[in-house]
Each structure stands twice: as C-alpha cells, then as structure tokens.
Ligand binder design. Structure first.
Ligand SMILES: [Mn+2]
Length: 315
C-alpha cells in the first residue's frame, strides 16, 4: 500500500475532500494567472516543459485506484516528486467506469497540492462532460454513493470547476507533444490560443478534437474522417507529421484507447499509453518512465516504448 500521504483504507471525509479539491483549483488558477510554474511555461490550456531529469507519464485511470497506487508505489512517488526537476504528467480520464473515481480524484489533487511543481494534470474527455455530454459519465452517481445525496450537487459542481482548469496540451520541449485523445485536423492553429477565452467557439472545436480524436490509417487526401465516437475525428499520419513539425517535437504521446499498456501508430510517430486494468480485463496497463539522457536520444515512438513499464495490478 502507498505511504502516509494518500490514505486509502479510510473513508474520505467530505470536508477534507472539498478542501483538497478547492486548494488544487486555487493552485491551477494561480499557474494560469502567473503563466508559469517552476520551469514550466503555461499559456491558456498549454504547458511547455524543459526536458525534466526524470519523466513519468500516466495514461487513463478510469477510477482504478489499485492501478494508480501500484504506479505511485513503483515510482516511489514521494522521493520522485520532491525533486522539482522530475515531472509526472497525467493524460486525463481519471474518472468513470471503475469503482473508485472519488478516491482517484482525491489522490491526484492531493499530490498536485503537495508537489505543485512536479505534477501536471491534463484533461481527458471524461473531464469535459459539460462541454460534450456522453453516456458513460457516471461521476455524479459515484459522488452521491460516496458522500450521500445532500452534498452531492455541491461536490459535483466543484469537480466541474476543477476540470475547467486542467490543461489539454503539454510539450516537452524538442521532444514530446502530449494530449489526451488526438490532434486537431487543421494544423495551422496557434497552440497558445488553445483554451483562450477570447474566441470561445474556436476553442470548443479545438477542445473537442484534442480530447476525442483517435489516430487511424486514412487513405483520403484530407487525411481525416468522422469518428466512430459521439465526438471528434479520426486523423491520419500526415496530420501527425505536420503537428510534430510545427511543434518541433518527435513523438506524440496520448491515451484514450485501451491497449496492451502501450501501442505505436503512424510510422512510429505516436505512442498510446493506457494505465488501468479494472474495467478493461482484456487489456494491460502501463506507464512511461524515462530519464533525461534517454529521452534526449529518442527519435521515434518505438524507441520511446522501450521505456514503458507494464503493471500487474492484481497483486
Ligand atoms: Mn478518453
């Protein structure tokens, strides 16, 4: 079991939960206002990070607290996160499907609040149910079940506020482009504008694509097609290539699709990570752990995939 920081065996008190989430919202607001956090640069919904000493990227968790604990234990998170030059990036989709959405939210807020310089919390499509409603959003029921009906509306509203302050694109300078779902099919967007309050409609379109898109092999000249999902698109490899060129990065890292811990797509330009097991028994869970000297020589997603560590959450 994880250390003292995150107590899982005890029931989380609603006051404590509200307190931790509120403090996290305040930290995220401050980062956006000051446009920086330690060595990270923040513009609207995007974060730029200089190559960290050690980098961990965790994919979809979907309420699977066991898998999250396992990863935090394996990386020895208290030591790892106490070094501000180490970065832990979450790809979003913390909630729904699994049995412990409340515990997962508590845990990610607690570590962000304790180690604000080392943790980046990104937004997944499950954290944008207001903007893009969909069926498998079961967080309201989980909150009600955990805290009771009298407090559930207030707590759910607070969660929606938290979700609005999560960022949607992370760039590890010169190396990695990181999103939850995929890349918008039109590449000539200024990425600093993503999430800018000045053009709400455009922002919403970009948000939909980043949170919902999936990479596919596409033969049409436009290089994209409508998604099989309720929102978003399938994008082809020429779109990935253009985005990597534009952002001067080498590999796109994203989550959003169950796989055997990881998957490589688009001529080794994309690494998909998936980090939970509970609701996906046929798939595997993994996360990325890479040191700076290893990351500096990475040329493609296959090389990067050698640094994926699979977890066995059944023990
Ligand atoms: Mn997703």
């Amino acid at each position: 079991m994880c250390s003292n920081l995150v107590q899982f065996s005890n029931k989380i008190n609603s006051h404590e939960f509200v307190d931790i989430v509120t403090q996290t919202v305040n930290i995220l607001k401050k980062e956006r206002r000051e446009r920086s956090r330690h060595n990270n640069k923040i513009e609207n919904d995007c974060v730029w990070i200089k190559i960290p000493e050690n980098l961990v990227i965790i994919g979809d968790i979907h309420g699977d607290i066991k898998s999250l604990h396992k990863i935090l234990d394996e990386i020895n998170f208290e030591v790892f996160l106490a070094n501000k030059n180490n970065k832990l990036v979450f790809l979003g989709d913390y909630i729904d499907r699994g049995s412990s959405s409340v515990e997962v939210l508590y845990t990610i807020c607690k570590i962000k609040q304790t180690y604000p310089d080392s943790v980046v919390l990104m937004r997944g499509n499950h954290e944008a149910s207001e903007e893009f409603p969909f069926q498998s959003y079961d967080l309201p029921q989980s909150i009600e079940k955990y805290f009771g009906s009298s407090e559930s509306n207030k707590i759910h509203s607070l969660m929606l506020e938290l979700f609005r302050f999560l960022t949607v694109m992370t760039i590890i300078e010169d190396h990695l482009l990181i999103v939850h779902g995929g890349l918008p099919v039109h590449v000539n967007e200024s990425i600093k504008e993503i999430g800018s309050p000045s053009n709400k409609n455009k922002t919403l379109l970009l948000l939909e694509e980043i949170l919902w898109n999936d990479p596919r092999i596409i033969n049409s000249s436009a290089n994209w097609e409508i998604s099989r999902r309720p929102y978003g698109k399938h994008f082809g490899s020429s779109i990935t290539q253009k985005w990597l060129d534009t952002t001067q990065t080498k590999v796109l890292v994203r989550g959003h699709e169950p796989c055997m811990g990881y998957r490589v797509d688009h001529d080794e330009m994309i690494l998909t990570l998936f980090s939970c097991k509970e609701s996906y028994p046929k798939f595997e869970a993994g996360y990325l752990y890479i040191k700076n000297n290893e990351l500096s020589s990475i040329k493609n997603a296959s090389e990067l995939s050698k640094h994926v560590r699979k977890i066995n959450s059944s023990d």
